[in-house]
Design a protein around this ligand. Structure first.
Ligand SMILES: O=c1[nH]cnc2c1ncn2[C@@H]1O[C@H](CO)[C@@H](O)[C@H]1O
Ligand SMILES: [Zn+2]
Length: 339
């Protein structure tokens, strides 16, 4: 299996952050709009927006996001950014993508949460008009922000469900704000009818995954801490949950200290549903094709495995059943020549 074949294959991506995935070209365009001077060379710019190579933990990894935040404070900027991520995904044959972002981080200059979501949806729609891809939005509450801010954001988000928005998540500082602390906000979002995925198990705490499952959440972002926890893996499988795995990101945040520490093999042995994702194309300096290649190189996954991961991704996606049926068929057609 070579990288070219992996590039050609149709793909479905459930876990991709908007602000962590802007192309350098788009970062330059957005910086020009706020008169921010950037390093002239792409190499120097890349260093500013990529996770530090010696990051010690998740919070260290998240530092480049502070640099991106001022760039995404207008509707135009959010729309341009969303279009940019759709274009990148379409270029590597992603057929369906859920792009997530945190409205609260784009409200510094007066936008409402609803404004930010509508702007991202507009950009996704412009991308869909241009490229052969379906793109939907997810909104992230930020764990370290006041519950009231997250609750208000989800309240404004709910009416946009079915209009380009398909669900929610909580991102940010998991170690200090685990699911137990978020319980009330999670339940409020669920009562609004917002389908949730949740970042959990990225800080060596399998208990967070267990609790997310207990809360009725069936998609887990990262799920890294499952590796050495057979009991939690069993609960994960029993619940029919799906893992949104992000290999490169996990090695950078030290959620996994080595390949052996990454939960793929354990999940595979338990016949759990897994999907491959970038997390952050730019901050993690990766692509979905590269993530597939890493799985092929390190874990010996086959084309048939990849097809299965993509079917599982479609099944776990938050789009409509009618769209899922079309996507399943499309994947079968995409993979047939390679099987
Ligand atoms: O791997 C991750 N774990 C937790 N939070 C993350 C990760 N990647 C990005 N973000 C956070 O999500 C926000 C919205 O996109 C980003 O600003 C970043 O702070
Ligand atoms: Zn993430």
């Amino acid at each position: 299996m070579d990288e070219h074949t992996l590039h050609q294959l149709g793909k479905v991506e459930l876990h991709c952050h908007l602000d962590g995935s802007l192309s350098l070209e788009m970062i330059r365009k957005l910086a020009a709009r706020i008169n921010l001077t950037l390093p002239a060379s792409d190499e120097a710019l890349r260093q500013l927006v990529t996770a530090p190579p010696d990051a010690t933990d998740l919070m260290d990894y998240l530092k480049p996001f502070d640099f991106i935040r001022p760039l995404l404070q207008t509707k135009e900027a959010l729309s341009m950014a969303a279009y940019d991520v759709v274009a990148q995904a379409a270029a590597e044959n992603v057929r369906y993508i859920e792009v997530r972002f945190a409205p609260i981080l784009s409200m510094d200059e007066g936008l409402s949460a609803a404004d930010t979501i509508q702007a991202v949806i507009d950009g996704l729609h412009r991308g869909m008009a241009q490229f052969d891809i379906i793109a939907r939005a997810l909104v992230c509450g930020m764990r370290q922000f006041p519950a009231a801010s997250n609750d208000a954001m989800f309240k404004q988000a709910a009416p946009l469900l079915g209009h380009g928005l398909v669900g929610g998540d909580f991102a940010g500082n998991e170690a200090d704000f685990p699911p137990a602390v978020l319980q009330t906000s999670i339940q409020k979002a669920q009562r609004l009818g917002i389908p949730l995925t949740l970042h959990a198990g990225e800080c060596h705490c399998a208990e967070n995954i267990y609790l997310a499952l207990q809360f009725g959440i069936q998609r887990i972002g990262h799920a890294t801490a499952l590796t050495h926890e057979p009991k939690v893996i069993q609960a994960f499988v029993e619940r029919g949950a799906t893992a949104e795995l992000c290999l490169t990101s996990n090695l950078q945040t030290r959620a996994a200290t080595s390949l052996a520490d990454f939960p793929y093999q354990a999940l595979r042995a338990a016949e759990a549903k897994v999907t491959i994702n970038t997390d952050n194309r730019t901050v993690s300096n990766t692509t979905l094709t590269r993530e597939y290649w890493l799985f092929a190189q390190n874990f010996g996954v086959t084309i048939a495995d990849l097809l299965q991961f993509n079917h599982d991704a479609v099944t776990a996606a938050f789009c409509t059943e009618a769209q899922k049926a079309v996507l399943h068929q499309r994947l079968d057609a995409d993979y047939r020549p390679y099987l």
